[in-house]
Design a protein around this ligand. Structure first.
Ligand code: 8OZ
Length: 366
């Protein structure tokens, strides 16, 4: 183990926002919003406040509309009650000295009719069912067959993202991250395994990034450019994603994002939650093609993170599982303390157990 973790604790600026360290809390679905309203609640406030020592917190995915929901009890960002719930979280995180961005999410085809209004089919670029599972009231279920969005409907989905960005602003978030990863709607447009459209949103690389860029342009009317980021997973097979041309399509996308001056790309390197080397991909080239900040994610250990920051391969590193199990992860990494083990049974849904009861070092020592 490297003794010197100081590379992780040099401040870093994204636009005018100073992160006191390079450790980002990754967006983490925990399915603990209030049943019925999908509004955040007091337990969620406590969970985020416990983790306020992160350089930046990215909230769990928040659906931009009911249509954009793919799992039960995930929080929304589309009505006043949800905004009120989020406001309590951002106020408390700020009072504790932290910074928090909202992750805006539309799952596209990764949903189930039981979560949709009138049991409607989920929407996607093309009517291809994901070989994937979702989580509904009765437990895990196969994703439902989607229908392809009409060309004329797409502007409405873009507007849902813009409205959610406005709501995130009203809720006091410091910025937003678009969920452009892990096989959800934005990625379904980017990757040619899920996008077989013949209109201006499919086919060529330029056409496949049209919807993602329209969403970016829409949220840039709400937040300053450095306060907008996007999460990408170029070669992750999560939720049955695939593309024949990852280097080309992501190279083009980040160049376009760079022109718009957004704050960061947040890159899931490799297979989400799995091997980092599942498929060849040149992340250094992606970093080079994008002038903003590069937040790296997926399977980082303390040593890997120190190395990535010290060698300039990333500006910050996002931790998921480690932040779930260690509310004081930055302090633990700083001193090289052991980490609490993650309990998988309590990841999705439930109460305080496995959510707000992981001890900090100071508590563990008592
Ligand atoms: C785990 C369970 C449900 C959703 C992702 C939002 O993969 C998720 C997610 C992860 O990005």
């Amino acid at each position: 183990m490297t003794d010197d973790a100081s590379a992780l604790f040099t401040p870093f600026k994204i636009g005018d926002l100073t992160l006191p360290n390079r450790l980002v809390m990754a967006p983490l679905t925990r399915n603990r919003a209030t049943p019925g309203t999908d509004a955040p609640n007091q337990l969620n406030v406590e969970y985020y406040v416990q983790r306020a020592s992160a350089g930046l917190i990215i909230s769990e995915g928040t659906q931009v509309s009911r249509q954009g929901q793919g799992y039960i009890w995930t929080p929304g960002m589309y009505n006043d009650e949800q905004v009120k719930g989020w406001r309590a979280i951002t106020d408390a995180v700020h009072a504790a000295g932290g910074r928090i961005f909202a992750q805006l999410w539309h799952v596209g085809r990764v949903s189930h009719i039981s979560l949709q209004a009138d049991e409607a089919a989920p929407v996607a670029p093309s009517a291809i069912t994901a070989k994937s599972k979702t989580y509904v009231a009765s437990g895990f279920a196969e994703t439902s067959a989607p229908r392809a969005l009409e060309t004329a409907e797409i502007a409405g989905v873009v507007a849902d993202f813009a409205k959610a960005a406005e709501n995130a602003k009203r809720a006091g978030f410091d910025g937003i991250e678009l969920h452009g990863a892990n096989g959800y709607l934005i990625e379904q447009f980017i990757k040619d395994g899920t996008n077989k459209r013949t209109d201006q949103y499919g086919g060529s690389i330029e056409n496949r990034v049209r919807f993602p860029l329209e969403v970016v342009d829409a949220v840039l009317k709400v937040f300053p450019r450095e306060r907008v980021g996007i999460r990408l997973s170029p070669v992750s097979p999560a939720n049955d994603a695939s593309t024949s041309d990852a280097a080309e399509v992501y190279g083009h996308l980040v160049q376009e994002l760079g022109k718009r001056g957004i704050g960061f790309i947040h890159v899931v390197e490799g297979a989400t939650g799995g091997p980092r080397d599942n498929a060849p991909f040149d992340y250094a080239a992606l970093r080079k093609a994008f002038p903003g900040a590069y937040i790296a994610n997926n399977g980082y250990t303390r040593d890997l993170a120190i190395e990535a920051i010290a060698e300039g391969r990333a500006d910050a590193v996002a931790f998921g599982k480690a932040f779930i199990a260690n509310p004081d992860l930055p302090e633990r990494l700083r001193v090289g303390a052991p980490l609490n083990e993650l309990e998988r049974a309590t990841l999705y849904g439930g109460d305080a157990k496995g959510y707000t009861d992981y001890p900090a070092l100071t508590q563990a020592a008592e």
